[in-house]
Ligand binder design. Structure first.
Ligand code: NAD
Length: 251
């Protein structure tokens, strides 16, 4: 077990990549704080972890709201006494439309969750991780944070911003024992992808074909990279991202 007696906080832990990563942290012996907006789904993830004889807590929080993030981090520390790792993963997708047809409301909403949410999470997690003597943070970017895709400008902007925040947070705390990295997944089979393709099998096949491996990824494949980035096995890695995209960005 890599994280015995440690505490990990995961935003967007109620489904998809966040849920699988919460379970992977528990497998490694960590106590897990599962954060999200949906009480029922969050409690279900906590139950899965307790069924593994590991410890978890659900805290309801909207990462775009400063008070919620403060409450989330303070609840984690109040309950478990420390914070060692964070996976800032909560995010929402764009609706496809050319830039001039994207609404300002949608742009602001995506930036509030995907960018302000990561900023606020970092802002309140870092002081607590410093008090624990250091640790590691992983933010969820995307291949959409590395290259452009037509039709999803707010999402592309938000995921590029996550790479920028990751680099600066890594530099700000490089000497203080906190490593900050990102994951940049290609298309991963989760509720988000299901919403995006909305039953359109042709669109789903097109998306799959963009990945040279000829398939989409699994949440477990992202979770394993997060575990590695938080573990001491990556002790000299900071300010970086790991792309898991079946070769998508190699083309
Ligand atoms: N699925 C993909 O293909 C893919 C690819 C690259 C990156 N990502 C990113 O991975 C992350 C996880 O997405 P997923 O694919 O697991 O989808 P998902 O929809 O299953 O998970 C997103 C999670 O974020 C939560 N969330 C959304 N808004 C929130 C808010 N304001 N406050 C707190 N929680 C909130 C949702 O409730 C959910 O638990 C997202 O940041 C997404 O952009 C996904």
């Amino acid at each position: 077990m890599l994280f015995k007696n440690k505490v990990a906080l995961i935003t967007g832990g109620t489904s998809g990549i966040g849920e699988m990563t919460a379970i992977a942290f528990a497998r490694e012996g960590s106590k897990v704080v599962v954060a999200g907006r949906r009480q029922e789904e969050g409690s279900a993830v906590v139950e899965k972890i307790r069924a593994m004889n590991e410890d978890a807590l659900f805290v309801q929080a909207d990462v775009s709201q400063e008070k919620d993030v403060q409450y989330l981090v303070s609840s984690a520390v109040k309950h478990y006494g420390r914070l060692d790792y964070a996976f800032n993963n909560a995010g929402i997708e764009s609706q496809p439309a050319a830039l001039a047809d994207q609404s300002l409301e949608r742009f602001d909403n995506i930036m509030a969750i995907n960018v302000r949410g990561v900023f606020l999470s970092l802002k309140y997690e870092i002081p607590e991780i410093l008090k624990s003597g250091g640790g590691a943070i992983v933010n969820t970017s995307s291949v959409a944070g590395l290259v452009g895709f037509a039709g999803v400008s707010p999402y592309i902007a938000s995921k590029h911003a996550v790479i920028g925040l990751t680099r600066v947070a890594a530099l700000d705390y490089a000497k203080q024992g906190i490593r900050v990295n990102a994951v940049a997944p290609g298309c991963i089979v989760t509720p988000m992808m299901e919403r995006f393709t909305d039953g359109n099998t042709e669109l789903n096949a097109q998306i799959t074909a963009m990945h040279p491996m000829g398939r989409q990824g699994t949440p477990q494949e992202v979770a394993e990279a997060v575990i590695w980035l938080c573990s001491d096995k990556s002790s000299f890695v900071t300010g970086q991202w790991i792309t898991m995209d079946g070769g998508f960005t190699a083309t």
